[in-house]
Write a protein that binds this ligand. Structure first.
Ligand code: NAP
Length: 285
């Protein structure tokens, strides 16, 4: 594996704990550490800071990682559960945590989650439902109702097409948007007064064809979620992922595959034929 700047760790994916997810984050066992806060044998999660994006990622038996990218595996999670959650679930949890910190509470009204069959969306649905929120899953896949029922969504709807309207009937007390573009514009114009909308993804595009009207007439807040969080926040969010945000049967969201299946699964993903998460088991795990 290629090496890059300021390496402080060597992780080896051990015989029973070799998992890496679709964003190329990794869960594995430390085999060597130059930093005293991590020790050989410890199981850690590595994600963000360009891992798998502008640096080689977790699709390998060995990963060399900087200490600041690592989080110890929380006691409430198995390595497979953590790999299933991955950066998608971590980011979904950040969005849920943000909604809470901005005052959104269960009972305030429906929370919409868009791109709901995706890795971020389905986990946001499951976490919000677990916390007692009324969750509306917004998906372009109408045959996924059964999937969302098991996650606890109260309703499953399709996203509407583009519109020039500046306001629609106010429905959402909050939202987690993974799609962007026309879908985010629709969430903004159909949110209730004082709603909080968390923008986390751009699966449908980077544009935001909206107006200032939802902000100045309904007091809507649009808040951005960036998963490259500082270490203290990462640890707090991962602790929550192993406790109050832990979804029931989280590992069942993952399809565990072998490295030689990666290309095939990627093609299906790009074609929109996958749901949930793909976890790659390395080196004979
Ligand atoms: N801000 C951050 O830190 C952060 C962290 C992780 C991911 N992200 C971003 O969040 C977004 C979702 O990530 P993910 O891991 O959930 O991705 P994913 O598993 O590929 O899911 C994306 C989902 O978006 C929906 N979608 C709607 N329009 C789409 C289009 N034109 N093309 C493809 N998908 C479309 C689909 O859901 P339905 O069919 O159910 O509508 C799809 O399942 C991505 O843009 C990703 O880059 C951001």
């Amino acid at each position: 594996m290629k090496k890059w700047g300021n390496p402080a760790r060597n992780l080896k994916h051990s015989a029973t704990q070799r998992f890496s997810s679709q964003s190329f984050e990794a869960v594995g066992t430390v085999i060597e550490s130059a930093d005293p806060s991590f020790e050989p044998g410890q199981i850690v999660i590595a994600h963000g800071m360009g891992l798998g994006v502008d640096r080689d990622g977790g699709l390998a038996c060995f990963v060399r990682a900087d200490a600041s990218w690592l989080v110890p595996l929380p006691s409430g999670l198995s390595p497979l559960e953590a790999a299933t959650i991955g950066v998608a679930g971590f980011s979904a949890a950040l969005a849920v945590d943000r909604l809470e910190s901005m005052g959104v509470e269960p009972g305030f009204g429906p929370i919409a989650v868009t791109g709901a069959t995706g890795g971020v969306g389905c986990q946001a649905v499951g976490m919000l439902a677990r916390l007692g929120y009324e969750v509306v899953a917004v998906t372009s896949k109408p045959d996924s109702r059964g999937f969302f029922k098991t996650l606890g969504a109260s309703e499953v709807i399709a996203p509407p097409g583009p519109s020039d309207r500046m306001l629609d009937k106010g429905m959402w007390a909050g939202a987690v948007d993974t799609v962007g573009s026309d879908v985010l514009a629709w969430l903004l114009r159909s949110a209730r007064p004082e709603a909080i909308i968390a923008s986390i993804g751009n699966a449908g595009g980077n544009r935001l064809p909206t107006s200032v009207i939802p902000f100045i007439l309904r007091g809507i807040t649009l808040t951005g979620i960036n998963g490259n969080s500082p270490p203290t926040l990462r640890r707090r969010i991962w602790e929550r992922l192993g406790t109050d945000l832990k979804m029931r049967r989280i590992a069942s969201l993952a399809r565990v595959i072998e490295p030689d299946e990666i290309d095939d699964v990627m093609v299906q993903m790009v074609a929109g034929r996958t749901q949930g998460r793909a976890v790659v088991a390395f080196c004979g795990a």
